[in-house]
Design a protein. Structure first.
Length: 360
């Protein structure tokens, strides 16, 4: 038996960073809630028991995933009254674990899309005899992450969460948010108070001489923390660049869910997904975009790298690039919105209200 804890709570995820009403783990990426991809990948790697450690109400997840049996999993939900931090969340679910004290328990950050070979991480862990093993990846700018320098054997020498000064940027290897813990290490995290694994548990373990092992690999990896990253991740799932057994259809330029309607001369490309009941009008060109359920894209609209929320409407000839249109919002005809614009849920932008290009 292999079991895993999925971290899907915390303060940041309570906000609606995507300008859509659904909490982030349940926003559809390539047609299904993002969490479905992580669960399916864990299952494919032999995981059969998953505990969702959350600080939302389980009502958000349970109607969709239930007891996990449809996915071949035994799935449990544990809700924190107040967010306990990443380490506190692990300690809070420790009593649900079925593994023995020395057995490996997988832990995943709930906002990561990756092609990680989960079995290889467990094998590395077992072979090295480590207390905790961490998936590491290299990024051009590590400042928003946990920096994890290692020695020649891959043993972790320090853990520096969100470095503040240039001197602290000692490596481009970062914590990729997938771990294998020896079960007894989780049991030893203090109970009943917030604990950060990144700021408290890992540095404390290192100071006490524990063995933390890093596994660097260059597979597909993306933190879906920003709306732009979420849109990219959804498109990469559709294109097949990000592997997931949960994508409901063939990989390719587009994924059109069964009840969506697409005009014959509309052009969908770059991993665009069109959700249930959504409509794409004549002559529209949609690239690298997630159009959520029930949204309408009117004729001649041109949309690139954007998220169109559930039930939203994009008017005729409107041009969007790198935009998030919130659930139920309307962007009227003949607008032009560019990188970073977020239209809040249910907002209405009249026809011809905003443009970026010159009047000429
Ligand atoms: N249950 C629960 N309770 N989950 C939590 C809590 C909490 O109080 N706080 C955070 N989480 C979950 C989040 O939902 C997310 O899935 C994961 O833990 C990591 O938290 P983030 O808030 O997304 O952290 P981050 O992205 O800034 O940094 C983390 O991820 C990076 C990789 O993306 C750290 O682990 C970094 O070291 C790492 O590099
Ligand atoms: Mg994150």
């Amino acid at each position: 038996m292999t079991e895993a804890i999925l971290l899907v709570g915390g303060r940041g995820t309570r906000l609606r960073p995507l300008t859509v009403r659904t909490p982030k783990p349940m926003v559809p990426a390539a047609g299904v809630p993002f969490l479905a991809h992580q669960l399916a990948r864990a299952r494919a790697a032999g995981v059969d028991h998953v505990i969702l450690a959350t600080s939302y109400l389980a009502e958000v997840f349970e109607p969709y995933f239930g007891d996990g049996s449809a996915l071949g999993l035994s799935l449990e939900y544990v809700t924190e009254r107040d967010p306990l931090g990443t380490g506190g969340a692990l300690r809070n679910v420790a009593a649900r674990l079925r593994s023995g004290p020395d057995e490996p328990v997988l832990v995943f950050n709930g906002d990561i899309l990756t092609g990680l070979d989960i079995r290889a991480l467990v094998a590395t862990h077992t072979a090295s005899g480590a207390d905790v093993s961490l998936h590491l990846t290299r990024v051009p700018d590590p400042r928003a992450f946990g920096l994890v320098p290692t020695d020649r054997e891959g043993r972790v020498t320090a853990f520096l969460e969100k470095p503040q000064t240039p001197e602290e940027i000692v490596t481009d290897q970062i914590n990729a948010g997938a771990y294998v813990f020896r079960r007894s290490v989780i049991d030893a995290i203090p109970a009943g108070r917030p604990v950060s694994v990144e700021r408290e548990t890992f540095p404390g373990l290192l100071a006490a001489g524990a063995h933390l092992q890093g596994m660097v690999d260059a597979t597909y990896w993306l933190d879906l923390g920003t709306p732009q990253a979420f849109v990219r991740g959804s498109a990469d799932l559709v294109l097949g660049r990000a592997p997931s057994p949960a994508v409901p259809g063939r990989r390719g330029e587009r994924l059109v869910l069964p009840t969506a309607t697409v005009a014959p001369d509309a052009k969908l490309s770059g991993g665009t997904v069109v959700g249930e009941g959504a409509e794409i009008g004549p002559g529209a060109r949609v690239t690298g975009t997630a159009v959520l359920a029930g949204a309408v894209v009117e004729q001649g609209a041109q949309i690139t790298d954007s998220l169109i929320g559930a039930g939203a409407r994009v008017g005729a000839r409107t041009v969007l690039s790198g935009v998030v249109v919130g659930d139920g919002a309307t962007v009227g005809p003949d607008n032009e919105l560019r990188e970073g614009v977020r239209v809040w849920c249910d907002a209405v932008l009249p026809a011809g209200a905003v443009r970026f290009s010159s009047d000429a």
